[in-house]
Design a protein around this ligand. Structure first.
Ligand code: NAD
Length: 256
């Protein structure tokens, strides 16, 4: 049902962004994939998605820590009916040791990038007469954990931006919502495991079960396919009146 719509997914050459891109492609959307790299593999990934799903798919390099790159990404896409602000990075350290440049990078990539892409995409959606903005927040957009100051601040910020975007478009056939994943086993999480093993003096299995999934009552990781399915639902007519809210896909994390 998304034939003829173009979806731009930021940070989509791996993990949740790629999972969302695949599910949108299955529903017929054309794709613009993105990351900060510009390799043959990046372009081959777009070509593969295009041939697997009978859609058009392009890969556009943009460093989402830079305002100009964020804006240029949407301009180069040329059309943006569905905007998925997915890009995100993590750094784990107590506030007193948290490097200032990591704080700045996380705020730029996880929060400000969505402001810049939204600012350019909204006029395109307004002239097309339809639009969907899906911000990938986190359970950390609604709750906090120690040692993740920049990430938690940025994710709470993107939930706020989601509400403002929804209010500014409320009278139009445009919606803006945030998906709040719990733990999903993607590279961003994989990279945290060695640090957590060191911090807690635990094995990999214990870090997964006792630290990471301890907050997730289901005891299971959520999957990138589930994030994609939720994004497709938000693009459906059933979600026309869902705007300015969060959908948690977190195995019960935020119910605790
Ligand atoms: P990931 O590391 O697998 O993917 C991040 C993507 O962003 C990659 O494609 C990477 O190349 C790209 N990227 C990183 N820096 C970039 C930059 N400066 N410019 C352009 N692209 C850049 O991570 P993921 O787990 O798939 O995370 C995706 C989103 O989901 C993030 O916003 C993350 O905070 C959020 N999230 C993830 C989890 C989880 O458990 N994995 C939970 C909650 C929220």
């Amino acid at each position: 049902f998304l034939q003829g719509k173009t979806a731009v997914v930021t940070g989509s050459n791996s993990g949740i962004g790629l999972g969302i891109a695949v599910e949108l492609a299955k529903a017929g959307a054309d794709l613009v994939l993105n990351s900060f790299t510009d390799t043959d593999d990046d372009h081959a990934l777009a070509a593969k998605l295009a041939s697997d799903h009978g859609i058009t798919a392009r890969y556009l390099q943009a460093d989402m820590s830079k305002a100009q790159d964020c804006r240029a990404l949407i301009e180069k896409a040329g059309a943006c009916d569905i905007l998925v602000n997915n890009v995100g990075i993590q750094h784990v350290a107590p506030i007193t040791d948290f490097p200032a440049e990591k704080w700045d990078a996380i705020i730029a990539i996880n929060l400000s990038s969505a402001f810049h892409t939204t600012a350019v995409a909204l006029p395109m959606m307004q002239s097309a007469g339809w639009g969907r903005i899906i911000n990938i927040a986190s359970a950390h957009g609604l709750t906090a954990s120690p040692f993740k100051s920049a990430y938690v601040a940025a994710k709470h910020g993107i939930v706020g931006l989601t509400k403002v975007t929804a209010l500014e478009t409320a009278r139009e056939p445009i919606t803006c919502n945030a998906i709040c994943p719990g733990y999903v086993l993607t590279p961003i999480v994989e990279k945290q495991i060695p640090d957590q093993m060191k911090t807690h003096g635990m094995s990999r299995e214990d870090v997964i079960a006792k630290v990471m999934l301890q907050r997730q009552p289901s005891g299971d990781f959520a999957t990138v396919e589930q994030m994609g399915g939720t994004a497709v639902f938000l693009c459906s007519a059933a979600a026309d009146q869902i705007t300015g809210t969060t959908i948690s896909v977190d195995g019960g994390w935020t119910a605790l």
